[in-house]
Ligand binder design. Structure first.
Ligand SMILES: Cc1cc2nc3c(=O)[nH]c(=O)nc-3n(C[C@H](O)[C@H](O)[C@H](O)COP(=O)(O)OP(=O)(O)OC[C@H]3O[C@@H](n4cnc5c(N)ncnc54)[C@H](O)[C@@H]3O)c2cc1C
Length: 469
């Protein structure tokens, strides 16, 4: 995602990837939340994913469903889509853009100086880049070599995850154990069994054995169901850690390299994609010299709190997932609470990423929040607000008197669009907000300035985000 964002901004970008291809063995993420679908819609590629998945209400808190279908917007739902398909479709898009791939080799080390980063590869070659972003997962070599701390909490529980065959009828569905949730369901091929099992003791490493799987089945169900022939067998835990800083000089981190946590609530891939979209345009501007390096610090300032919140959410959900009587009682209380309108909306917006609010100072409620995908009318006809963001360029949307704004110094960078909008302004959770006469939208879809009939503050906002003139 980051490579695509950089390529859209015409930055010379290369991906170094250990895997030979984009295939994902086994199942990790099972879907996308609403904000991730919106982010893809902002680039005009959401339909590629939607057409191969299943629209669904996917938001939930510790398996307590959070229906967001009464939220305003075109995507008040999630998308059930396995990570293997997500990565394949995303890679298809990236390959249409000018992105260089170095596949089948690893980054083994890096050294940064004042002007760039030297990156060593496992095939003996080296690359030099102005900036390096570690998107290399929870065990990030880039993070370690950059000397970035990864503080947090060790695992309290570990799980085995597998796709297997069984000679006996499996115990389909969810079964709560003392330490957490066990589950069995049909794998994607409709024949094999997908299993998630709490381990009796916290395990380590991500290559467990079939015997460990048998032992965990017996511990949870009293039988191993004649399990055999695993096509995939792995382990994950509720370890929760976050990079102390998302940037050290010319090295940055995004995705699991910056944050790891339990999969509860299905957040990891989603916030990783959103990290990339927050960072892409900023890094592009700094690389091309149109914005100062300090713009990169807003990446940590904006995205670190998002993952910090996710870590807390997953830790709480892990605690609530335990099956003892007292936790059951607590779950009953939480379920009752989350059925009430206000808590459902707040938690639904949080889990689906629709409530993200970057602190851009006081002002209109839209400031720092996502621009809604409004139905607009321009002199060229009807359009949607997200369509204006397909090229990943900033947009000044003038909804008042045409010709009210002169942004000549930024004209090459910021697209001025005059449009009419007759509908209501409504945000998730907040409800109706006053209609602005203009909005400055960053390439990641967040509102950087809101006009109330004048251009007061516009020049400052343009200077802050899109460079001084
Ligand atoms: C069981 C399970 C269920 C999950 N369910 C969900 C869910 O429902 N929703 C959700 O949003 N998230 C979910 N996640 C989390 C999600 O899978 C991760 O957050 C996501 O894969 C992170 O993407 P990433 O690109 O940051 O890292 P990764 O997916 O780890 O990708 C890192 C890439 O870097 C490559 N790499 C690593 N080291 C090097 C190196 N030194 N040199 C070159 N290449 C390297 C790897 O080959 C890999 O391709 C789940 C995770 C698990 C384990």
């Amino acid at each position: 995602m980051l490579a695509a964002e950089l390529a859209l901004a015409r930055v010379d970008v290369a991906v170094v990837e250990r895997r030979e291809n984009q295939e994902v063995v086994g199942s990790r993420s099972r879907g996308l939340h609403a904000r991730t679908i919106e982010v893809l819609a902002q680039r005009g590629i959401a339909e590629r994913f939607i057409s191969q998945g299943q629209l669904a209400q996917v938001a939930g808190y510790s398996f307590i469903p959070l229906d967001i279908s009464d939220f305003p917007g075109h995507h008040n739902h999630g998308l059930a889509l396995m990570q293997s398909h997500f990565e394949r479709i995303l890679a298809g898009w990236v390959c249409e853009l000018p992105v260089k791939f170095y596949r089948g080799r690893e980054v083994t080390g890096l050294v940064q100086d004042d002007t760039g980063v030297d990156v060593t590869l496992s095939d003996g070659n080296a690359l030099r880049a102005k900036y390096l972003v570690g998107c290399d997962g929870g065990r990030s070599v880039v993070r370690r070599n950059a000397g970035i701390d990864f503080p947090g909490w060790d695992a309290s529980t570990s799980y085995l995850i597998a796709e297997v065959e069984m000679t006996e009828e499996p115990a389909w569905g969810i079964r709560r154990g003392e330490k957490g949730v066990n589950a069995m369901g049909k794998a994607e091929d409709g024949k094999r069994v997908g299993v998630v099992l709490v381990e009796p003791r916290v395990g380590s490493g991500d290559e467990p054995t079939l015997q460990e799987l048998r032992d965990a089945l017996v511990a949870a169900y009293g039988t191993d169901f004649g399990v055999h022939s695993p096509s995939w067998l792995s382990r994950f835990s509720d370890m929760a850690r976050q990079a102390a800083t998302y940037r050290k000089g010319r090295v940055l981190l995004a995705g699991d390299a910056a944050h790891v946590h339990a999969p509860a609530g299905g957040q990891g891939l989603n916030i990783g994609v959103q990290d990339a979209v927050n960072l892409g345009w900023k890094l592009a501007r700094v690389v091309s010299g149109t914005s100062p390096e300090s713009l990169l610090d807003t990446y940590h300032a904006e995205r670190h709190p998002i993952a910090a919140r996710v870590l807390r959410l997953t830790m709480a959900q892990t605690a609530l997932g335990r099956g003892d009587e007292r936790t059951e009682a607590l779950r009953e209380n939480m379920t009752e609470l989350l059925r009430m309108d206000e808590p459902r909306k707040r938690y639904g917006a949080m889990m689906s990423g629709l409530d993200v609010h970057y602190d851009l100072g006081p002002g209109h409620p839209l400031l720092g929040r996502r621009m809604p995908d409004l139905d607009l009318v321009t002199e060229h006809g009807s359009t949607r607000a997200f369509s204006l963001l397909h090229e990943a360029r900033p947009v000044l949307l003038d909804l008042g008197e045409p010709g009210a704004f002169d942004i000549t110094p930024w004209a090459e960078q910021v697209r001025l669009v005059e449009a009419r909008y007759a509908g209501a302004w409504e945000l998730p959770v907040l409800g109706a907000v006053p209609a602005p006469t203009a909005v400055l939208i960053r390439p990641d879809g967040y509102v950087a300035w809101v006009g109330g009939g004048t251009d007061q503050g516009l020049r400052d906002a343009l200077t802050t985000w899109f460079g001084a003139h």
